[in-house]
Design a binder for this molecule. Sequence first.
Ligand SMILES: [Zn+2]
Length: 137
Amino acid sequence: MWRKFSAGEWLKLPGSKRFHPIGKQNKVRIDGYGDGRFGASRDQGKRQHEGIDLVVTPGESILSPIMGKIVRYAYPYPDDPRYSGVHIQNDEYLVKMFYLSPVLAKPGQQVMQGQAIGTAQKISTKYGSGMIDYVHF
Ligand SMILES: [Zn+2]
């Protein structure tokens, strides 16, 4: 049975097994709006960041970190449909990725690890130029 993907778990994998959805070195977003590291404080310590925010260049390809099925699109802001994401699931994990425009990735479709599933959005448009653009997963 699958369970929620833990980004912290992903970070503990050896580099050779840790498929990177941006296709280049890990760079985690830390800016005046927040700390994108796994477990970083949110809401004045009431909760923790449950994913990792990886720095992107808007428009670049985002690759699926796992082999699985696109189960649905996700909308992190119900009142702002400009920003979207996807949920990808396999027998082990449910991965939630935000701030990408799905490309060729439709609900119900199987994707390979490393397959392009979308392009990075420009989340800084919503918050301001002091925010570093990123994909959350
Ligand atoms: Zn995040």
